[in-house]
Structure formats: structure tokens, C-alpha cells
Ligand binder design. Structure first.
Ligand code: GDP
Length: 192
């Protein structure tokens, strides 16, 4: 469980340089995934607090949200990718993420969230390759794992090993509270 959770910053391409110094002090854990993957549900379950908002919230694709946890690390909630086909918004998303990745932040972990039913979605594979090329430590999280039967989950596990080789993974479901305490442990081992 995490004790102290406070909003630390909301960042877009316009205030990035100004806010950046205060983001350098603490290690980051970044949550990324396609829009509607269940990212805000998972963040809220981990924090036991409603801090993150669904990618359906207007404007949600433009910002990086930072939360200070236990005065030790920053939880980074990134815009869901693939939400918009508007070229301007896509450019802006890419620009924001490039700024973020080129700022020498201490990114301890990227949690890449993928819907358990659509592991091999091209956008997931693209994001994985992108993060890999940046040499960032990726941990795969399947969301909505309650939506598959046990035997299908085993098949999915094989698929994960195929598509995302040598990558740690955790099956989660916020509906069934599955994988939540494992993730908290994993985060604590990484940053505490
Ligand atoms: P975000 O857009 O990635 O932040 O996704 P949300 O957290 O808003 O979730 C998108 C939809 O998926 C919502 O309708 C949630 O209720 C649903 N959802 C999220 N997590 C789970 C889960 O673990 N199981 C199931 N069955 N549905 C989920």
C-alpha cells in the first residue's frame, strides 16, 4: 500500500521546459498503453484513490500527469495512445513523449499495459519496440484478465513470450483485484 499520494505536475508541450527541473529529483515509473486499456482503473486500484482519469475525458490525450508517491517516486500517467486519428493531436502526443524521453529523467520502469484479449495489437507491438529502442526497462501488464478463461490465459502467456520475449509480465484485473498486490511489491522493490 502507498501512504502519501499527491498531484505533483501536469505537463504538456508548452510548459515542459519550465516544469522539467522539478521532475528530475525523483525516480519515475511510467504507465503507458492504448487508450481504454484500463490504465486509470489500474492506477486508481494501486493507489486506492481516484487520481487518474479515463482516456475518454476530453483533453486527456495532451498531458502527462505526475503524482508524488510516499515522497519517494513519481508515478507518471501518460496519454493513451491510438485514441485520436487527428494528425495534429498525434503529432502533439509524439512531441510530448519525445520531450519526455529525451530529458534524462530517472525512468526506473515502464509498465506497458495491454488488454489481455488483444495482446498482439499492432499499437502494442509498436510501443514495445519504441521503448525497447530507448533501452527502457519494460514490464508488461495485461489488463482486464477477468475477461478470459483460465485455459485462454495460458495460451495468452505463450503469446506474450513470443511477441515480447524476455520481458517480465503480470496478469491483472481491477475487477477481480488480480495482480495488484504483486505490482505494489514490484514497485516497492524497484524504488524504495
Ligand atoms: P483508460 O482509458 O486506459 O484509463 O481505461 P479505463 O480505466 O477508463 O477503463 C476503460 C474501460 O475498461 C472502463 O469501462 C472500465 O470499467 C473497463 N475496465 C478497466 N479495468 C477493467 C478490468 O480489470 N476488468 C474489466 N472487465 N473491465 C475493466
Amino acid at each position: 500500500m502507498f501512504k502519501f499520494i499527491e498531484h505533483w505536475a501536469t505537463v504538456d508541450i508548452f510548459n515542459f521546459e519550465k516544469v522539467s527541473p522539478k521532475l528530475k529529483i525523483y525516480p519515475h515509473i511510467l504507465f503507458a498503453g492504448k487508450s481504454n486499456v484500463g490504465k486509470s482503473s489500474l492506477i486508481n486500484a494501486l493507489c486506492r484513490k481516484k487520481i487518474a482519469f479515463t482516456s475518454k475525458t476530453p483533453g486527456r490525450t495532451r498531458f502527462l500527469y505526475f503524482y508524488m508517491i510516499d515522497k519517494k517516486w513519481l508515478l507518471v500517467d501518460s496519454p493513451g495512445f491510438g485514441y485520436t486519428h487527428n494528425p495534429e493531436d498525434r503529432k502533439r502526443f509524439k512531441k510530448l513523449m519525445d520531450l519526455y524521453f529525451n530529458s534524462n529523467f530517472n525512468i526506473k520502469q515502464i509498465f506497458l499495459l495491454v488488454d489481455v484479449r488483444f495482446i498482439d495489437d499492432p499499437l502494442n507491438v509498436e510501443a514495445y519496440s519504441w521503448f525497447k529502442s530507448l533501452k527502457l526497462p519494460i514490464h508488461l501488464i495485461t489488463t482486464k484478465s477477468d475477461k478470459l478463461r483460465k485455459d485462454k490465459l495460458r495460451f495468452t502467456e505463450e503469446l506474450i513470450k513470443d511477441i515480447f520475449p524476455y520481458t517480465e509480465y503480470t496478469f491483472t484485473s481491477t475487477k477481480k483485484s488480480m495482480g495488484i498486490s504483486e505490482l505494489i511489491k514490484k514497485i516497492k522493490n524497484t524504488v524504495y
